[in-house]
Design a protein around this ligand. Structure first.
Ligand SMILES: Nc1ncnc2c1ncn2[C@@H]1O[C@H](COP(=O)(O)OP(=O)(O)OP(=O)(O)O)[C@@H](O)[C@H]1O
Ligand SMILES: [Mg+2]
Length: 382
């Protein structure tokens, strides 16, 4: 553990020692990733439930920084069933993006690493443990089996290439049928039409800066869907858009999902979006899942004090309040997590036992789970 000065900062010597240690850890992990010709048997695994597209199982993703180890994701377990939408909610910094980037193996490396746990990806006839898949093989999985829609389309589209060329490239890269240039273009134009771009032939020749934010987001969605992936990760896909466009994009995602029967992992801090889209909800807090269940269960019976707080801080049409509720305090520092419930210091519903170690998961129903001392005297299914 890093020694800190009483003022809270690290000395240069201490910081150098940490970075040397980090390099030792990360270079070993990097060597694992970069191996060539790894036999498939090394990363084959078995889905615990064949109806799931993805299973996160006790995932730990850390960042080895000079200031210490950031435990961004610290033991996350949840499933993404085939053909369903799973909403992931939680305050800024709670590890939503890091969870999804771990699935894509797109963590900022070398400092960002998966250090423990499994991510099982269902490929139909077999399953892979993503945490063990070498970098080389990942390139064929991204796009074909899973793809990601990022929050800010302008950072993901290349400003110096035309829209058409960028979508063409995605199709060509994952093409297994040996399509001709004309075929690829035709498919791109069709994709652009499918995501609701009216002038698709015209947009094909445009540069990203010539499009509106909503259109850029649609292009991003078209690129993500180009190869009919089984899992679509949408990380705040509509945060930068106005509400009417947001509704259109969400509709579009839902329709496309049904058309290709894929699963969506929808990350957002907008509970309204979750209520409209999600079949299942996962509530994260400080790198952990504090509550999960079907959307019905979470909205009609929020159980973790954090979820209850989130629900209370959401404005309701027709209900007049002087001031919206806000959860007091802030998220603990991910470098020095306490060894008791991470939410305890902000919790207004503490009970006896809360000062004990981090609470384990309690089943409120076969699908509804919560990690909180308030439910320790309950039996499963009550
Ligand atoms: N490259 C990085 N280096 C060091 N720490 C990082 C890095 N990326 C993320 N983190 C840390 O990991 C934690 C989780 O970040 P993450 O981006 O997953 O949050 P989030 O839940 O997606 O938040 P938001 O809602 O704001 O997008 C944060 O404490 C963040 O500081
Ligand atoms: Mg994020």
């Amino acid at each position: 553990m890093a020694k800190k000065h009483s003022e809270g900062y690290l000395s240069g010597k201490e910081s150098r020692r940490i970075s040397k240690e980090n390099r030792k850890i990360t270079s070993q992990l990097e060597k694992q990733h970069k191996r060539k010709n790894v036999p498939e048997s090394e990363y084959l695994t078995q889905m615990h439930d064949p109806n799931n597209a993805v299973e996160f199982d006790n995932l730990h993703s850390y960042f080895f920084t000079d200031a210490g180890t950031v435990k961004a994701v610290d033991g996350v377990t949840f499933d993404v069933p085939i053909g369903k939408t799973v909403g992931v909610v939680g305050e800024s910094g709670c590890g939503k993006s890091v969870t999804s980037l771990s699935l894509m193996q797109l963590l900022q490396r070398p400092q960002g690493q998966i250090v423990e746990g499994e991510i099982r990806l269902n490929l139909g006839d077999k399953a892979y443990d993503i945490t063990k898949v070498p970098t080389e093989r990942m390139q064929t999985l991204r796009g074909n089996y899973m793809s990601m829609i990022f929050q800010e389309p302008m950072t993901s589209l290349n400003p110096v290439f035309r829209i058409g060329a960028q979508v063409d490239e995605v199709i060509a890269l994952h093409d297994k049928e040996g399509l001709s240039k004309e075929d690829i273009k035709a498919r791109t134009v069709k994709l652009l039409e499918m995501v609701g771009i009216a002038n698709s032939e015209g947009v094909y020749r445009m540069y990203p800066h010539e499009l509106s934010g909503g259109m850029r987001q649609r292009v991003m969605i078209a690129m993500a869907l180009a190869c009919s992936p089984r899992v679509i990760i949408a990380d705040e896909p509509t945060t930068a858009l106005d509400v009417t466009i947001q509704a259109q994009i969400l509709d579009l995602l839902r329709n496309l999902k049904d058309k290709i029967n894929s699963s969506i992992m929808l990350i957002t801090h907008d509970l309204g979006v979750i209520a409209e889209m999600a079949d299942y909800v996962v509530v994260m807090y400080a790198g952990r899942v504090v509550e999960k269940g079907t959307a019905d269960e979470i909205f009609s019976n929020p159980s973790h004090p954090y979820t209850i707080g989130l629900m209370a801080s959401k404005p309701v049409v027709g209900k007049k309040v002087d001031k919206l509720y806000s959860i007091p305090g802030k998220v603990p520092n991910p470098i020095n997590m306490p060894n008791y419930c991470y939410f305890k210091d902000r919790c207004e519903m503490c009970v006896k036992g809360c000062e004990g170690e981090y609470p384990h998961e309690i089943s409120l129903s076969p699908t509804h789970k919560v990690s909180c001392y308030r439910y320790y005297d309950r039996k499963a299914g009550e």
